[in-house]
Design a protein around this ligand. Structure first.
Ligand code: SF4
Length: 408
């Protein structure tokens, strides 16, 4: 087992400089630098499938058929791909078409929140959370271009890394350090699995990259996942239904805006209005301080009627005063934003607390009075530990974490 995977401390942002001490991702599931044949079948683009089939002497139209089996029907067993010839099914079996993981557990909260634990073949148990949205919870405005739909909307929160290197002090995932990033196949798989747990009358409306990990820390896998998820031959979820949440990695924000023309929603964890406090609770601020972050947010190519989301965790005595609210309003005045206020979720080994409800309300009112659109994010799924920052690491098998395979 190598040092990088055994020591979570060394896999965190350097608290004194904000520098990352490890490469963004180093594991068997990434796609970077691999040929189409080596990339996991679920992470292959349609174009890469065409190339793979060309190499097998098969017709290009087979690519769409297989892509649909994997991404629409979640069928990984070539024997069940009934519109393919027997010979091709055998070739796919030999090539190692298989699911990247399986569901290990599902917990359902009294409020309908479902937390799905997925056990990935190459080590890592990852949680994703399905959150039924209702008009009374005040955060349900990812859907700014409202459509008439009788269906009950569900938002899915997915993870992009196993652990997280960013070290935010209010977050359970951040305390463990980064073990590994997830490959695009593992990210897409979470969406496929969650669709199986929709109830009659529900639809998966929004997707948020807000679970464990920093999605822009291994940008290539996040970008690939977004493109795979958008593909009409597959899940077909438009980028405008997707929100990527970041701690504020400036180069990643710039790339995301450029690569998707600003169509992908962006949520930024701000959590403080001055560098001293922000660096204390979010070490990455030392590398990308607030002024630099604000500059890149001003440049983000937001489509008309879209807003950035600013996440602000309220921590008692740290960032929850009315002066903080005033400073936040000043900082955001010239941006098109909505602010999600999140009362701190208690985590183990931390003495940080949520403010009293009346302080949360006063903060919100102060911001609203300054003309800033803001919502208090009600906690959903508390009884299954599905709230923000509570997607803690599950037990891991180190042997599996270090396993390597060309088909991973
Ligand atoms: S809040 Fe997000 S970026 Fe910060 S440590 Fe937790 S998972 Fe990582």
């Amino acid at each position: 087992m190598d040092q990088q995977q055994t020591s979570s401390e060394s896999n965190k942002v350097d608290g004194s400089t904000g520098e990352l001490l490890v490469p963004s991702v180093a594991d068997a599931t990434v796609t970077r630098g691999k040929s189409p044949e080596e990339i996991h079948p679920l992470a292959r683009t349609l174009e890469e499938w065409v190339e793979v089939f060309r190499g097998m002497g098969e017709k290009p139209f087979r690519a769409k058929q297989v892509y649909r089996w994997l991404h629409q029907d979640r069928v990984f067993d070539p024997d069940q791909m009934t519109n393919l010839s027997k010979a091709l099914r055998e070739k796919l079996k030999k090539a190692g078409v298989a699911a990247p993981g399986q569901v290990a557990n599902v917990h359902e909260s009294a409020d309908g929140t479902r937390k799905i634990l997925i056990d990935f073949v190459h080590g890592a148990k990852i949680e994703c959370v399905m959150i039924p949205m209702s008009p009374d919870i005040g955060v349900d405005d990812y859907d700014e271009e409202e459509e008439d739909s009788p269906k009950k909307r569900v938002t899915l929160c997915i993870s992009t890394q196993f652990g997280c290197a960013m070290g935010c002090v209010f977050c359970a995932s951040g305390q463990s350090g980064l073990f590994r990033g997830l490959g695009a196949a593992e990210v897409v798989f979470q969406v496929l699995v969650a669709r199986d747990y929709l109830r009659p009358g529900e639809e998966l409306k929004n997707l948020v990259f807000m679970g464990m990990g920093e999605p822009l820390h291994h940008y290539e896998e996040t970008e690939r996942s977004l493109r795979l998820i958008a593909r009409p031959e597959g899940i077909g979820m438009s980028p405008r239904r997707v929100t990527v949440s970041t701690v504020g990695l400036v180069p990643g924000i710039r790339r995301l805006g450029r690569d998707f023309d600003g169509k992908v929603g962006l949520a930024v964890s701000l959590h403080a209005t001055n560098d001293a406090v922000r660096s204390e609770i979010m070490p990455m601020n030392k590398r990308y301080p607030i002024a630099e972050l604000m500059k890149v947010l001003h440049e983000y190519p937001l489509p008309p009627r879209k807003r950035l989301t600013i996440e602000y965790t309220l921590i008692k005595g740290k960032n929850d005063s009315l002066e903080d609210a005033d400073a936040l309003a000043r900082l955001l005045r010239s941006l098109r934003v909505k602010v999600n206020l999140i009362p701190m979720n208690p985590i183990e080994k931390s003495n940080l607390e949520a403010p009293e409800p009346k302080q949360v309300l006063a903060f919100r009112e102060r911001l609203a009075a300054a003309g800033i659109s803001c919502f208090v994010r009600m906690r959903k799924g508390d009884d299954v530990s599905a709230a923000c920052g509570q997607l803690a690491l599950q037990s891991i098998d180190p042997q599996r974490l270090t396993r390597r395979s060309p088909r991973s």
